[in-house]
Design a protein around this ligand. Structure first.
Ligand code: UDP
Length: 326
């Protein structure tokens, strides 16, 4: 049985990856320090003998006994609100954490895939974004702690590939949504759905003319799985090119939830990218991958998930108290 280590396993994408690798017949070692992850996302796997969980911070030395075939490094805060609350951890998990996991991959002769992001393109001046675009990132802005950690992560990953011959893969993940997103992590999908379900106005930041392109989680996981098993070492964009303005998206959520909520406007956060759309030519050609789930269908499934929350849960903020971490 092949063994895979998944970091950030209790998070949104990490937990879906755990499910997928279990389904594919792997032994899954799940690792998370639960700063932003939630054990509930993987609780259903605890009864399986081919699943184990380590509560560990990957910025500290990572030890896994025995052989290891694959590593997927998905540990990182991934929402702008989190970067503001835990900027140092965000920098550390992308840099020191990645270094530790590359060292582990080298030691175990394992193939490693690291989760990069469309944020490496910053507020892009090229549209749609292809993998050759170098990006337009503000190093010292509030998002810099995430964006620059992820850029460093790509550099050190390529260095381990060229210098040490480690088998590496780099996925650049564009906005992804679906069940198990954190209700109040500040990202737009749970934000709008939560607001609609609570009967609150939907908060559009800026004039709502900024764009995003939303990919359903199952499509994302399929793209990542195919990239891991491919022999392509350079970054690959995985996302859904179906671009929408945030204003249109808010209107879609109002229609979907059959609520009568109004939208209200708040200031645009600093360095919020004005447009984002993946060029997925590479993923199509190299991986024979493209997303299958349309936004309206995917949002219905996501809404069903959030409807499972009780009234009390919907009200309460899940922002954790990060004050004890530094
Ligand atoms: N956004 C918004 N209202 C909210 C939350 C987010 O208008 O309550 C906007 C945000 O400014 C950004 C877009 O939605 O332009 C996507 O934000 P998110 O935090 O989900 O992801 P990212 O900016 O990292 O793509």
């Amino acid at each position: 049985m092949q063994k895979v280590l998944i970091t950030g396993a209790a998070g949104f994408l990490g937990s879906h990856l755990c499910d997928r690798f279990i389904k594919e017949g792997f032994h899954v070692i799940a690792m998370d320090n639960l700063i932003t992850g939630d054990i509930k996302n993987i609780e259903h796997l605890f009864k399986l003998k081919q699943f184990e969980f380590y509560n560990h911070d990957v910025t500290k030395f990572v030890h896994v006994p025995g052989e290891l075939d694959y590593i997927l490094h998905f540990a990182s805060p991934a929402s702008p609100i989190d970067y503001l609350k835990i900027p140092i951890q965000t920098l550390k998990v992308g840099s020191l954490g990645t270094h530790n996991l590359l060292g582990l991959a080298k030691e175990k002769n394992a193939r490693i895939l690291i989760a990069s992001t469309s944020e490496v393109y910053g507020d892009p001046q090229v549209h749609p974004q292809n993998e050759e675009y170098y990006g337009n990132v503000n190093t010292i802005g509030p998002r810099g702690v995430y964006d620059e950690a992820k850029r460093f992560q790509e550099s050190i990953t390529m260095a381990y590939h060229t210098y040490h011959g480690v088998e590496t893969r780099i996925v650049r993940i564009f906005n992804t949504y679906g069940p198990r997103m954190r209700l109040n992590d500040g990202r737009v999908v749970p934000a709008f759905i939560g607001q609609a379900l609570r009967g609150e106005d939907l908060t559009i930041f800026g004039d709502g003319m900024q764009t995003r392109s939303f990919c359903y989680v199952d499509d994302q996981v399929e793209g990542i799985y195919k990239l891991l098993l491919s022999d392509y070492v350079y970054p690959v964009n995985i996302g859904n090119p179906d671009e929408v303005t945030i204003k249109e998206f808010a209107e879609e959520i109002v229609r979907l939830t059959e609520t009568d909520q109004k939208v209200i406007y708040k200031p645009l956060p600093v360095d919020d990218p004005l447009q984002r759309q993946p060029d997925i030519t590479k993923a199509k050609e190299i991986l024979n991958w493209e997303p299958k789930m349309g936004r309206s269908e995917g949002m219905k499934l996501t809404l069903e998930y959030f409807k499972g929350f009780s009234k009390e849960e919907l009200q309460k903020s899940d922002h954790k108290d990060f004050s004890s971490y530094s």
